[in-house]
Design a protein around this ligand. Structure first.
Ligand code: F3S
Length: 288
């Protein structure tokens, strides 16, 4: 079987940095270690950490902690969480991805300046919750076309648009177009307040996945069940290649997937370890 694996498949810079940091803390004998939510959306990596004594906690657990080090993952958190950690007197290591931190600073600054903050993304995603947590006053999260169409601008305030780092770029352009048609005073919706904060890693991964999916007979998208960037990759690939499958490990591979296939494409979400990508690749090459 001919296989083409995306060069951009797997850990992005921010996730690699976070995972490496936790391994470094373990190696340095730091104990106990807590991560605020799973460090990445990958069950294998999270369970490996658990075996090494790393416990996943939620924000409700912070006031109960008496010792240890809390790791803030690459998704980032709102200002309130930093305050909670400081109040509890717990040491913490912040591995929020610098691209996410940049959005925090924009939202903090622009909301303080009185702008109406609009975030393109999924309101239930931790990254978006964290971004909202830096907004002075309320902010609006728009998930899709329908939300953008129903959005009522505040005519007295200048808008400021940012995006979840993993948002789809075509969707971003579509929502901007819808908002641009809304009535704003003095044409205030312009390049200065539409900030494309989609991470390049996501964009590059999505573009490469789309191009490979357009060439192959079967496309495999590897990633954790709860990984939003993997779900988006799947949607993009499915549009190009009807035979697209979402898998977590080689165990999910099935001969049915490769019926009439001679060319298979592989990509993976930002939380997928290199090891799993290589295993899937080998399995497809040898067994099918
Ligand atoms: Fe950061 Fe981009 Fe990854 S925002 S966590 S490098 S997808």
């Amino acid at each position: 079987m001919k296989v083409k694996t995306a060069k951009t498949a797997g850990f992005c810079f921010g996730v690699k940095r976070a995972v490496d940091k936790v391994y470094e803390l373990i190696e340095n004998g730091v104990s106990p270690i807590y991560t605020l939510g799973p460090i990445i959306h990958n069950e294998e990596v999270v369970s490996d950490f658990e075996k090494k004594g790393v416990t996943v906690i939620s924000e409700e657990d912070i006031p109960k902690l008496r010792e240890g080090t809390v790791v803030i993952r690459s998704h980032g958190v709102g200002r309130r969480i930093y305050d909670m950690l400081k109040t509890a007197g717990i040491s913490f290591v912040d591995v929020t991805c610098p691209f996410v931190l940049k959005i925090h600073r924009i939202v903090e600054r622009e909301s303080r300046a009185g702008k109406q903050i609009i975030i393109f993304g999924d309101p239930s995603h931790p990254e978006v919750k964290g971004i909202c947590g830096w907004c002075e006053g309320s902010c609006t999260v728009l998930r899709n076309r329908e939300d953008a169409e129903n959005f009522v601008p505040d005519p007295g305030r200048i808008p400021c648009i940012v995006s979840q780092t993993t948002f789809n770029y075509n969707k971003f352009k579509e929502l901007v177009e819808i908002l641009c048609k809304k009535r704003y005073d003095n044409n205030v919706l312009n390049i200065d307040n539409i900030l494309n904060t989609i991470c390049n890693a996501t964009e590059e991964r999505q573009k490469e996945a789309q191009s490979i999916a357009g060439e192959v007979d079967t496309m495999l998208v590897i990633g954790g069940r709860h990984s939003s960037n993997t779900q988006k990759l799947f949607e993009i690939c499915k549009e190009e290649c009807e035979n697209t499958y979402y898998i977590q490990t080689p165990v999910d591979l099935d001969s049915e997937m490769f019926h009439h296939s001679s060319y298979v494409g592989i990509t993976a979400g930002a939380s997928t370890p290199k090891k799993i990508i290589e295993e899937v690749q080998e399995h497809v090459r040898i067994k099918f």
